[in-house]
Design a protein around this ligand. Structure first.
Ligand code: NAP
Length: 327
């Protein structure tokens, strides 16, 4: 590997801009190449973020020996095939959330990555934010006692464009994979438990994808999670962890925030941990540290964590009757 990690981006759409901005930080690697099916989009992106090369095909980017690691930022439906191609080309890969559309695909990818000794991680960037470290510290200091309940919401009034990836089943749209994944992943993380009993309800749009999910997760230890995610209205978008001695509130937007409050009988503290750039730099640093250490998996955003969230989401989708084409 060259001294500075050389990143390649596949799919320079909306979120790829934020990722590329984070790569402009001093202490991370650099954007070396971008691949887009649209030559003009690729060139414009490369110019904007000072990438050396713009490829018109994903395969050409994967054939470039100077690319150390690939960030996949395409709609959900294409994550599996594109990540598979990266692994087959021997490229380390960070796949945007969700890693794939279901557990079965992620199990296959993880197995392939292990077989080929290639690094693979899902881009659940929230778990690397500095304020999440602070919240974990409060929890391990037993500030709120035993965790009993986690509640959260994630909702926006999303334009009702049936072709856009949010509502389009061919792109594996739906609110759960797009937004609810944060409610699921953060709850599983704070509960430190995977297996749970799931009850849910929701609304399915006429395109066949979920546009609202109302979910309860009940763990064998007697703790629980309740969340709502939806495409119809902007909710409060915070997350609260209730314990036997108090609670911790992660401020809106809980997946993209620098602020949390600890409230107990004796303390009422609000802490801010501002981002160095835009928040994506922390997952980037994690990937680069793993690559330098020769690791095939992050010890924080593990493969098991990805599978655990997908298992919950597979069950919720099955209960709501949301099935993607060719699934
Ligand atoms: N971490 C976060 O905070 C965050 C926020 C938003 C989204 N995301 C995730 O990021 C990923 C991309 O979301 P986005 O909103 O950025 O996507 P997007 O702008 O709709 O599309 C991104 C790229 O995917 C390719 N693409 C789009 N539509 C396609 C189609 N119909 N067929 C084949 N390829 C298509 C295009 O690549 P080409 O340039 O090659 O044409 C496009 O540039 C998703 O996994 C999403 O969940 C994460």
């Amino acid at each position: 590997m060259t001294q500075k990690t050389q990143w390649g981006i596949i799919g320079p759409g909306r979120i790829a801009h934020r990722f590329a901005q984070a790569l402009e930080a001093e202490d991370v690697g650099e954007l070396y190449a971008v691949a887009s099916r649209d030559v003009n989009r690729g060139k414009a992106f490369a110019q904007q973020y000072h990438a050396a090369v713009a490829y018109q095909s994903y395969a050409d980017l994967l054939a470039d020996p100077l690319v150390d690691v690939v960030y996949i930022a395409t709609p959900h439906m294409f994550h599996f095939e594109t990540a598979k191609q990266c692994i087959m080309a021997g490229k380390a890969v960070l796949v945007e959330k969700p890693m794939t559309i279901n557990v079965k695909q992620s199990e296959a990818l993880i197995e392939l990555a292990r077989e080929k000794s290639v690094f693979l991680m899902e881009g659940m960037w929230t778990l690397f934010l500095p304020i999440y470290e602070q919240v974990n510290q409060w929890l391990s200091d037993n500030k709120i006692g035993d965790v009993k309940l986690i509640t959260s919401s994630f909702g926006f009034n999303v334009p009702k464009d049936e072709a856009d990836r949010y509502y389009n089943p061919d792109l594996a749209g739906g609110v759960l994979l797009d937004m609810g994944i944060y409610n699921v992943a953060t709850s599983q993380w704070f509960h430190q438990q995977d297996d749970c009993e799931i009850t849910c309800d929701g609304l399915v749009a006429k395109t066949g994808v979920d546009e609202m999910c109302l979910v309860n997760l009940k763990y064998p230890s007697g703790t629980a999670t309740q969340f709502v995610c939806n495409f119809n209205t902007q909710t409060i978008n915070d997350l609260t962890i209730y314990g036997t001695k108090g609670h911790i509130r992660i401020h809106p937007m809980f997946w993209d925030t620098a602020t949390a409050t600890l409230q107990t009988e004796s303390e009422n503290v609000t802490i801010d941990k501002p981002f160095e750039v835009n928040g994506f730099e922390y997952e980037i640093k994690e990937v680069e540290a793993c690559l330098r250490a020769g690791k095939l998996e992050s010890s924080l955003m593990t493969h098991q964590r990805t599978l655990s969230s997908l298992k919950v989401m597979d069950t919720i989708r099955a209960k709501l009757g949301v099935v993607y084409p060719n699934e």
